[in-house]
Design a protein. Structure first.
Length: 558
C-alpha cells in the first residue's frame, strides 16, 4: 500500500548496529548494518544467536505523530524510541506497526531483533524447523508522518464480489488517531471518485459496495490491475491523508469438485519456494525475487506455494503483475499436539494469522490461505486451533479458499473444513526403503490416497499435491541413477508431475522444492547433506539440475 498525500519516509540504508549474546552484555553501536538484511549470514557472524540492535535517528514533521511499519523483524522484535519501549512483535515473518507519539526534534529509534529461540516469548518459532531462521530487520521498513490533529487511514481492503465481471467490489476501511470532527472518507476507483461517507470513529469499520467503471478481469493470461484510493478529507475540504493500492477483479471458487478461476477450470502447476539465498539469507532483494519468478515462469509454472510463513509484499506485488497464483500461509512447521494446545501459542498464532490476511488481502495473486503445515491434525485435542483458524480467516476474507498441508491424510480429522485438500506425499523417499524402483510407487500412492478420500466422503473437494520430491546433490551424475543423483530426481519428478496432471481428480501439484535451502543445525541436519534441504530443482545459487528441465517438459506439454 502506498500514499500520495501523507509523508512517507523509507528507512532503508545503513543503521548503527550492536550485537549482544545476552541482555546483560554491553551494547556498543560501533558497527554498521544495512536495512533490510540478516545479521547472521556473512562469515564471522554466521549462525550466531542473540540480540541485534539497530539504531538511527528519526524526526517527525511538525505537528505529526508517526507510524513505523516493518515488513519483518526476526525472530522477535522490540521497538524503542527515546528510551521508551513502544511495541514488540513475536512472529519474525509477520508485518507489524508501531505508533510514535508526536514530538519535536531528532528522536533515537532502536529496533532490537532477537533471533534466540524462546518457547514462551516467541512460541511460533522452533529450532527444529526444516528451514534456517535468520535474525535481523529482514524486509523494508518505513516511517509514516501523520497529522496529529486529524484521524488517518489505517488500512483498507477491496474485495471482488459476485458481480466481479461487471466491476463490483466491496470496500472495508479502518481509521485510527483522534476522533473525526466532520471529516469525510472519499473513495476512488481508477482515479474516479465513486463515493463519500462520514469518517467513522477509530476502531469502527466502514463497509460499502462500489463498482469499477471500465472493468477488466485479472487472469493468468492478462493480469490486469485496477487502482483503489481512500482519501481523508478535512472539514475545510483539504485532503489530509490517503492510502492507495492495486487490486484485481477475479474469482476463485470450487464448483462440482473442481477448482475454478473466473468460471474456468484451473490446474495448478508449481513449486514450493522459500525466501532464501546463501548470500543474504531470508532478506532477499526484489531483483532476486523477480529472477526466481522468471525461472518459475520459464518452467511452465502458474502457481507458487509460499512456504512456510508470511510472504514479502514485494514478492506478492510481482506475482500480481505477472499473473502468478500464490498460496500464502502462516508460520508453522510440524508443531506437536502439546504446542498446538498451548494457549500462549494459540494466541500468537491467531495474531500472526490475522496480520497475514490483513496485509495481503488486496493481492489478486493470493488465491489460497494456509496454516500449520504438517501439524497434528490427526488428533482430537487439536480441534480448537484448526476450527478457530478457519473461522478467523473466513470472517476476515470470505472470497478466498482455505487449506492446510497434511502429511497424515489417512487419519486427518479436519479435512472437511478445507476448501481444497492438500497432501504432502513422499512415496519412495521417506517410505519403502530398499524398494527396487521407488519411482514406480508414485502413481499407486496417488490412487490409494484418492480412493481413501473418496471413501471418506470427500469426492466434492479438489485435491492438491502440496509437496512431493526427493533430494539431489547438484552435479552428482552417476551411471547408477541412484538416490541423490540428478538422474533419479529428474525421473522421479517427471513421473510425479505426469501422474498428478493426468488425473482429473487432482487440481494440481506443487513440487518440493524450487531451490536448495539451508535447514536448521543440530541432529536434524544429519539427514540433510550439507545441512541443506537439497530437494530443489535448482541449487541455492539457482543453477539448474536435470530435474528443472524434466519438470519443464511436463508442465509445458513438451
Amino acid at each position: 500500500m502506498r500514499h500520495r498525500i501523507r509523508k512517507t519516509e523509507s528507512l532503508t540504508g545503513y543503521w548503527e548496529f550492536a550485537f549482544q549474546r545476552r541482555e546483560e552484555d554491553s551494547c556498543d553501536f560501533s558497527a554498521l548494518a544495512y536495512v533490510p538484511s540478516a545479521f547472521d549470514v556473512l562469515p564471522g557472524d554466521a549462525g550466531r544467536r542473540g540480540l541485534g540492535s539497530y539504531r538511527r535517528m528519526i524526526e517527525l514533521a511538525p505537528g505529526c505523530r508517526g507510524c513505523l511499519r516493518f515488513g519483518a523483524v526476526s525472530i522477535g522484535a522490540k521497538v524503542v524510541v527515546d528510551g521508551g519501549w513502544l511495541g514488540r512483535n513475536t512472529c519474525g515473518y509477520a508485518p507489524f506497526t508501531v505508533d510514535v507519539p508526536a514530538g519535536a526534534g531528532p528522536r533515537e529509534l532502536i529496533v532490537v531483533a532477537d533471533n534466540r529461540f524462546d518457547a514462551e516469548r516467541t512460541p511460533m518459532h522452533e529450532p527444529s524447523f526444516d528451514f534456517y531462521q535468520h535474525g535481523g530487520i529482514l524486509r523494508p521498513a518505513r516511517l509514516d508522518h501523520l497529522p496529529d490533529s486529524h484521524p488517518s487511514v489505517a488500512r483498507f481492503s477491496i474485495l471482488p464480489t459476485s458481480g466481479y465481471r461487471e466491476g463490483a467490489v466491496e470496500f472495508r476501511v479502518n481509521v485510527d488517531g483522534p476522533p473525526p470532527d466532520g471529516h469525510v472518507l472519499e473513495f476512488r476507483l481508477d482515479g474516479e471518485v465513486v463515493r463519500q461517507v462520514p469518517c467513522p470513529p477509530p476502531g469502527e469499520k466502514t463497509i460499502f459496495d462500489a463498482c469499477v467503471r471500465n472493468p477488466k478481469l485479472w487472469s493468468l493470461e492478462s493480469p490486469h490491475l485496477h487502482e483503489a484510493e481512500v482519501r481523508l478529507i478535512a472539514p475545510d475540504g483539504r485532503a489530509v491523508d490517503d492510502a492507495v493500492d492495486s487490486f484485481g477483479l477475479r474469482r476463485v471458487e470450487v464448483i462440482g469438485g473442481k477448482l475454478m478461476l473466473n468460471g474456468d477450470a484451473l490446474q495448478l502447476r508449481g513449486f514450493n519456494r522459500h525466501e532464501w539465498h546463501p548470500s543474504c539469507g531470508s532478506a532477499t532483494s526484489e531483483a532476486q525475487m523477480a529472477s526466481d519468478l522468471a525461472l518459475l515462469r520459464h518452467a511452465g509454472c502458474n502457481f507458487v506455494r509460499g512456504c512456510h510463513y508470511h510472504q514479502d509484499q514485494r514478492f506478492l506485488d510481482l506475482c500480481d503483475r505477472m499473473g502468478m497464483l500464490v498460496w500464502e500461509e502462516n508460520l508453522g512447521w510440524g508443531q506437536s499436539e502439546q504446542v498446538l494446545c498451548d494457549p500462549n501459542f494459540r494466541d500468537h498464532h491467531r495474531q500472526a494469522l490475522a496480520a497475514m490476511v490483513e496485509a495481503s488481502m488486496n493481492h489478486p495473486s493470493v488465491i489460497l490461505w494456509g496454516f500449520l503445515n504438517e501439524g497434528r491434525s490427526d488428533l482430537p485435542v487439536t480441534e480448537e486451533i484448526y476450527a478457530e483458524s478457519f473461522q478467523l480467516i473466513r470472517e476476515m476474507d470470505p472470497t478466498r479458499l482455505v487449506t492446510y498441508a497434511t502429511n497424515r491424510p489417512g487419519t486427518d480429522r479436519y479435512l472437511s473444513l478445507c476448501d481444497i485438500i492438500s497432501l504432502n506425499l513422499y512415496p519412495g523417499w521417506y517410505s519403502d526403503p530398499g524398494h527396487p524402483d521407488p519411482v514406480a510407487l508414485i502413481a499407486p500412492a496417488f490412487d490409494t490416497h484418492l480412493a481413501d478420500l473418496h471413501a471418506r466422503g470427500f469426492a466434492d473437494k479438489p485435491v492438491l499435491i502440496s509437496e512431493i520430491g526427493v533430494e539431489c546433490l547438484y552435479g552428482w551424475r552417476d551411471s547408477h541413477g541412484d538416490f541423490f543423483s540428478e538422474a533419479f530426481q529428474a525421473r522421479y519428478l517427471s513421473e510425479a508431475c505426469r501422474a498428478a496432471l493426468a488425473d482429473a481428480r487432482f487440481c494440481g501439484i506443487a513440487i518440493w522444492h524450487f531451490a536448495d535451502t539451508r535447514t536448521c543445525s543440530g541432529g536434524f541436519a544429519l539427514g540433510r547433506p550439507r545441512t541443506f534441504n537439497n530437494k530443489g530443482v535448482l541449487d541455492e545459487f539457482r543453477r539448474t539440475k536435470e530435474a528443472y528441465e524434466a519438470v519443464r517438459k511436463v508442465f509445458c506439454g513438451n
